[in-house]
Design a protein around this ligand. Structure first.
Ligand code: SF4
Ligand code: SF4
Length: 302
């Protein structure tokens, strides 16, 4: 496949070394980022589940950054994404369930070329842009974008949305000097706007070009989705919805409403969920799977 859309080549530019360097003195790895995240983990454990911002609790940073030795592997829970939380005894919004791995499946055979409904829904949901508002500037933040790709040998083209892939091994987290870029225990990769210094290392490290820098002052923000000039941001998998017990992202909702049903959101670890069943039954692909980042977004039909 070759990509012919804007910003659409999935190159590995800037991907950092994934291995954690060993400490020659023994004990924890010598990598300063590892130590910094370890410190955050200890601090978070001491402060409990203090809410910093929607989707960001210190306890979740601890769980995400400092997994305990002997922690059992993620187990599956029955039911829909919402019931996965309930079945695990977690009230909506009460915290992050480490048994869950949120993800999305994009069926490109159902994605309509020229349709932008998922992009519009994301922009509206997160306060990025109003539909029908002034035309976007090239520097505007973009959390999801539509691309067209074409197979050179056959000429077959596909239309698909690309957003943060919520990698299990996210290079954006590895390179962040402040710990602002982090992965929650349920697989959602976020930026803590309180500690992001806008260095944009993560933007360079992301092979999917999934992060944006906010250049301009912002107004009329959504209370559930705080943003800020000078910070980096990207798709949150509508974490504010998930933490309120909602089981669908704005993009998946809009796509279904338009009758396409090209986006399925859910818990990849739940064998009873629609996304897990579809991933079991049909051939799916992770973009740039060769990078071994284990994205939580899967694609069918490419
Ligand atoms: Fe990080 Fe998302 Fe890029 Fe993966 S796709 S490297 S999680 S910003
Ligand atoms: Fe971390 Fe913010 Fe720098 Fe990205 S821009 S690496 S989130 S401090």
């Amino acid at each position: 496949m070759s990509c012919d859309g804007k910003n659409d080549t999935f190159t590995a530019t800037g991907v950092g070394d994934q291995a954690t360097p060993a400490n020659p003195m023994g004990g924890p790895p010598a990598d300063p980022a590892w130590r910094r995240r370890g410190f955050l983990g200890v601090a978070a454990a001491g402060l409990g589940g203090l809410m910093l911002a929607p989707g960001i609790r210190l306890i979740e940073i601890a769980q995400a950054a400092a997994p305990q030795a002997g922690t059992p592997p993620a187990a599956s829970t029955a039911g829909s994404p919402a019931s996965s939380l309930q079945a695990a005894g977690v009230a909506p919004g009460a915290g992050v369930n480490p048994k869950v791995r949120w993800g999305m499946l994009v069926d490109t055979t159902r994605c309509e070329p020229g349709c932008n409904d998922c992009v519009d829904a994301c922009n509206t949901e997160n306060g990025l842009r109003d539909v029908g508002g002034p035309p976007p500037k090239s520097t505007d933040a973009q959390w999801i974008r539509k691309i067209e790709i074409k197979q050179i040998s056959t000429g077959r083209s596909s239309s698909l949305p690309v957003m943060c892939q919520h990698c299990a091994e996210p290079p954006c987290v590895d390179v962040c000097p402040t710990g602002a870029s982090f992965k929650r225990a349920d697989g959602i990769v976020l930026v803590d706007r309180h500690t992001c210094i806008g260095c944009r290392y993560c933007v360079m490290a992301c092979p999917y070009k999934a992060r944006s820098f906010v250049h301009e002052p912002l107004s009329n923000q959504k209370p559930d989705v705080p943003r800020g000039k000078g910070c980096v941001e990207g798709c949150t998998l509508c974490v504010h919805r998930i933490d309120q017990g909602n089981s669908v992202t704005a993009c998946a909702e809009a796509c279904a409403k338009a009758g396409h049903h090209a986006i399925v959101f859910g818990d990849l670890n739940d064998p009873g969920s629609e996304i897990a069943r579809r991933v079991r039954e049909i051939q799916t692909t992770q973009l740039r799977a060769d990078l071994r980042l284990d994205p939580g977004v899967r694609y069918h039909g490419i």
